[in-house]
Design a protein around this ligand. Structure first.
Ligand code: SF4
Length: 457
């Protein structure tokens, strides 16, 4: 993939130059979350790209991918390799495959995925296959920045909110409610054929979901937060079995929002710059210095990050308010400042990757009464997961709040893991009973005071 004359083009293995929007070029994405992936595919189609249908992760992907890796890498790598190989095996004649990959940072191995995949394609002589990114550096594959700013945050947060709504419905829905939900969701995806229709169709979808029958409201039900690697925490392949255990006991499950990772990535840039200035990006003096030197690239980056975060937080609050009409939201908005503040005493803000949001969110959840437990998840050989685990586990133990470490693997849950999940569920239930009896005690004590007061009068 190259930029030529201000346009994004693909140079085929035969040396032919094609537009990225040429019908022969099919863009694919790893299927890590059903709703986010549906939305990304839809929006890419509406931006004029040709999109190949992604599928949920299947066991054949890691099995195939492990043949091309050492088995010591974190598990998303063999999965994306297996997925890519399956696409190559099944492609139509003449099709050019583009496969999406992000770039992260240390201590996360995803930093190397992009180059690893490029080398993999070269070493295995896979013709007409390329890896693409969709970010500022690739000029968003030619999509105007204003379009990106207008739609991308809305689409990402919608993926998070619709996942939350769906998770709630799995617990509070009546028989047939989930089928209705799927029906409305696919109608929404099918009938949105223009970005201009997006808002109108979102409102229609919300109205329909609000009418889906349910037994009760999710508001007061116990809930757990699943935090950790984003590829894992949304994926039905990894967490469906775990979710069903909690759901059977009337416990809601929320995966930490993808939006949080987006906010984090933007704010991180200002940390890098502020470090060069030997200041904190949140200091007032940093802001004043950036304002006073707008010609300086670093100043512009800090100002951009501050303005962007304000706008992005506002967009999230607006979308949350909108989706609250479904009556199925049960978590609050993301608070990036809180995440950095909470993780600050434990890990340097300059280490980029999922460890910081995971630790920050973990400590925030400890103090947040909405969630009854944190479930920290990730593949065994994931360094950010291990770091977060080492920091959060003793803190949760000290505060006696339920905490579960859920190692994911491509096999089904082990009997030992099932025992740990059941123990976590039991702890949540006992905590709820204890909290209810404390409230009851408080009520009876105030009743007693009222009676005594009356008697005195
Ligand atoms: S967060 Fe962990 S599992 Fe995910 S890509 Fe990074 S190292 Fe791998």
């Amino acid at each position: 993939m190259k930029r030529r004359g201000g346009k994004t083009v693909i140079i085929t293995s035969q040396g032919k130059k094609l537009s990225i929007k040429d019908p022969r070029v099919k863009l694919h994405m790893p299927g890590f979350s059903n709703f986010h992936t549906d939305l990304f595919e839809k929006s890419f189609t509406l931006f004029g790209f040709n999109v190949g249908k992604s599928t949920e992760i299947k066991l054949e992907y890691p099995v195939k991918g492990l043949r091309y890796s050492s088995g010591k890498e974190c598990i998303p790598l063999p999965i994306v390799i297996g997925n890519l190989m399956t696409l190559v095996e099944n492609r139509k004649p003449g099709e050019i495959i583009g496969y999406f990959m992000i770039r992260g940072g240390s201590p996360c191995a995803v930093y190397s995925y992009f180059h690893y995949l490029e080398q993999f394609i070269e070493h295995n002589k896979l013709e007409n296959v390329f890896i693409y990114r969709f970010d500022f550096l690739t000029k968003f594959l030619g999509i105007p920045l204003l379009q990106i700013l207008k739609y991308a945050p809305k689409i990402i947060i919608m993926g998070d909110l619709i996942t939350e709504v769906y998770n709630a419905l799995q617990v509070v829905g009546e028989e047939g409610s989930i089928d209705l939900f799927h029906k409305y969701w696919y109608e929404f995806i099918k009938n949105t054929n223009d970005l201009k229709q997006l808002d109108k169709n979102i409102d229609k979808l919300i109205e329909k979901i609000a009418l889906i029958p349910r037994k009760n409201s999710p508001e007061k039900l116990p809930s757990v937060l699943i935090s950790g690697d984003f590829f894992v925490r949304f994926s039905p392949f990894f967490i469906n079995e775990l979710k069903s255990y909690y759901n059977k006991h009337g416990i809601l499950v929320k995966s930490t929002d993808l939006y949080e990772l987006v906010l984090y990535s933007i704010h991180y840039q200002s940390y890098l710059v502020a470090q060069r200035w030997k200041k904190s990006p949140d200091d007032f003096s940093t802001f004043i210095k950036s304002l006073a030197t707008p010609w300086n690239e670093n100043s512009r980056l800090i100002l951009f990050s501050k303005i962007a975060l304000k706008i992005l937080h506002r967009i999230e609050r607006k979308q949350r308010k909108r989706f609250a009409k479904t009556g199925l939201l049960f978590a609050g908005p993301n608070n990036l400042r809180e995440i950095f503040k909470q993780s600050g005493p434990y890990i340097s803000p300059l280490i980029f990757g999922e460890a910081i949001p995971t630790i920050g969110k973990g400590i925030e959840t400890l103090e947040d009464s909405r969630f009854d437990s944190l479930v920290l998840t990730g593949p065994i050989n994931c360094l950010p997961y291990k770091i977060s685990q080492a920091i959060l586990k003793p803190i949760y133990l000290e505060h006696q709040k339920p905490f579960l470490v859920f190692d994911v693997d491509i096999s089904a849950m082990t009997p030992n893991m099932k025992r740990l999940v059941n123990a976590n569920i039991e702890q949540i239930k006992r905590r709820r009973i204890k909290d209810t009896s404390v409230v009851k005690d408080r009520i009876s004590f105030s009743k007693l005071l009222r009676v005594l007061n009356k008697g005195m009068k």
